[in-house]
Ligand binder design. Structure first.
Ligand code: M6R
Length: 365
């Protein structure tokens, strides 16, 4: 049932405030997280963790990339991330006290499951899955499960699964980090940002009409570039994946500082360049990267914090995103990028919910 929406994808995009709220349910106190909710013996297992290895595919891998910025940058714990299809076929070194974290909507992705089974033969201290399906193989076979409460996701292009994964991974960051770099004050600040997250996401969805208005200009394009810096780089990667998946437009993402090292050569007036620009410490650096794009005639679309000081001008369209706590900005900026790819696909007339050549769950290699 599409609940009155034209596509499942749009319905699932609009469900995000509610499903993120469901994912927070039972996991937050007023100023602290409730780590017992991860499963039996969670605290004893978390006590042993000295580093984290994340393994996942596709959109779930992008969630893992965001988590790396949180786990290293906020919790102060070493974290590595790898796509499952690479991880399972290479030799690697497991350092003592490493927690293996899988991330998966379905819990049945063949490569991710194979990576978990491989890890169980090795010296990981424990395994944890961030997963959306309670009866899945990943949940059954992992020591701990941090369930996302996204409900069934029908659209092949993952939307609400991703934002609930990020929500769960931020909770995991706090659980790990309270044993390292996160003190009570910091924990309370993150918990407060999480409490207000559903409301913040709802305000981002109000951008729908505005984004629909710019989507038409993408429909006849063959290529697009997505730029971000720091923790927003994986969000740009996810934005590019959404666009290629459902609109079949070739989209690439780069950390904006890499532009000069090659991709700038692609930029001309037929190349839309999408940038994610929250008001963070990398904003000024990002702005100078974007000036380079403008100087080459690139058409810029900047999703920017209202306080970031961008103004519409020729070649530069600003989509103002509501201000949020910096820590939850990656979750917030995901929504307008999902809406952009959705509306571009609708303009192009592609099969939004069932893109060609793709399956919802990749249970074979
Ligand atoms: O079920 P999983 O999260 O393990 O699936 C992983 C990928 O196959 C999945 O995220 C895929 O990339 C989506 N179609 C992206 O929208």
């Amino acid at each position: 049932d599409k609940g009155g929406y034209r596509h499942f994808m749009l319905k699932e995009i609009f469900e995000q405030p509610a499903v993120v709220k469901n994912t927070l349910q039972g996991r937050l106190g007023s100023d602290h997280i409730l780590e017992q909710s991860f499963g039996n013996g969670a605290s004893d297992i978390l006590d042993k963790v000295q580093s984290v290895q994340i393994v996942a595919c596709g959109t779930s891998y992008h969630a893992g990339m965001v988590a790396k910025y949180w786990i290293e940058g906020i919790a102060g714990i070493p974290c590595r991330v790898e796509v499952a299809s690479e991880f399972r076929y290479r030799k690697f070194v497991v350092s003592p006290g490493t927690l293996l974290v899988t991330i998966s909507q379905s819990g049945e992705t063949a490569d991710t499951l194979a990576a978990l089974r491989l890890a169980k033969e090795l010296d990981y201290c424990a395994t944890l899955t961030v997963c959306n399906v309670a009866q899945s193989s990943l949940v059954r076979e992992s020591d701990l499960a941090l369930m996302t409460e996204a409900g069934p996701e029908i659209g092949v292009a993952s939307t609400k699964a991703f934002t609930t994964q990020l929500t769960a991974l931020l909770i995991l960051t706090v659980a790990l980090g309270r044993r390292y770099a996160i003190d009570k004050v910091k924990e309370a600040a993150i918990v407060s940002a999480l409490h207000s997250l559903p409301g913040t996401l709802a305000t981002a969805l109000e951008l729908d009409d505005e984004i629909c208005g710019i989507a038409e200009t993408f429909a006849d394009k063959h290529h697009a570039l997505f730029l971000g810096r720091g923790i927003q780089w994986p969000i740009a990667m996810e934005g590019a994946l959404k666009l290629k998946e459902i609109s079949y437009i070739h989209a690439e993402s780069y950390p904006a500082g890499e532009l000069k090292h090659g991709p700038l050569a692609l930029v001309d007036d037929d190349m839309p360049v999408v940038a994610v620009a929250p008001n963070d410490e990398l904003l000024e650096k990002l702005k100078s990267n974007l000036e380079e794009v403008q100087a080459r005639g690139g058409q810029l679309y900047v999703f920017a914090d209202k306080q970031a000081g961008f103004k519409n001008e020729s070649g530069l369209t600003v989509i103002p995103v509501p201000h949020s706590e910096e820590i939850v900005a990656p979750i917030l900026y995901t929504l307008p990028l999902q809406l952009l790819s959705y509306h571009v696909a609708v303009f192009k007339g592609t099969d939004v919910d069932q893109p060609r050549n793709l399956a919802k769950s990749v249970t074979v290699e």
